[in-house]
Design a protein around this ligand. Structure first.
Ligand SMILES: [Cu+2]
Length: 176
């Protein structure tokens, strides 16, 4: 879904300049997918933590996600953390209890006035509904924006003015 971001400053002020627009947060490029299908999650990072540059992106997965595989990113260290899944996944006659629990790109530097995308290919959960990808954006100076909240939950501020707001979300539709 594309929305115009060409909002004149005067209009932005009239609508409350202190509110952080939701299109400026970390979001997924493609916001809908079919259950149990291959999906390319493109996480868009449009800004830092305030003016601080982004130094790490850590992503977790909705229950039922199978085999997430990240795209390496030049200049960043990729970490694929495996462990016991919060909720076992039943696939056919098999029950999957272990898998990837977190993917992180660390040690990079993405300035606040730059834009980048981080990509993970995965198989979507079998259950239709809204799937959330909690994501922590770490920045220079020990700051961190936390994109971890469910839709509709009021945004909060961290101790250093960081943003705590909606997790990137994916609408999972039943098989056609
Ligand atoms: Cu934002």
């Amino acid at each position: 879904m594309s929305r115009s971001v060409l909002i004149p400053a005067a209009i932005a002020a009239a609508f409350g300049a202190t509110a952080v627009p939701s299109w400026a947060h970390v979001t997924l490029e493609t916001k809908e997918a079919v259950v149990s299908s291959t999906y390319k999650a493109v996480f868009r990072v449009p800004h830092g933590c305030g003016a601080a540059a982004t130094t790490a992106i850590r992503v977790r997965f909705p229950d039922g996600t199978l085999s997430p595989k990240p795209m390496p990113h030049a200049g960043w260290t990729l970490t694929i953390q495996e462990g016991t899944l919060a909720k076992p996944i039943t696939a056919g006659n098999d029950t999957v209890t272990k898998g990837v629990t977190e993917i992180a790109w660390t040690g990079g530097k993405l300035a606040d006035n730059e834009y980048d995308e981080f990509v993970i290919q995965l198989t979507t959960p079998a259950e239709a509904g809204t799937a959330l990808f909690p994501l922590v954006q770490e920045c220079e100076g020990g700051k961190a924006n936390r994109w971890i909240l469910a839709p509709g939950v009021a945004a909060q501020s961290g101790p250093n003015g960081e943003e705590i707001d909606a997790a990137p979300s994916l609408k999972l539709n039943p098989k056609p």
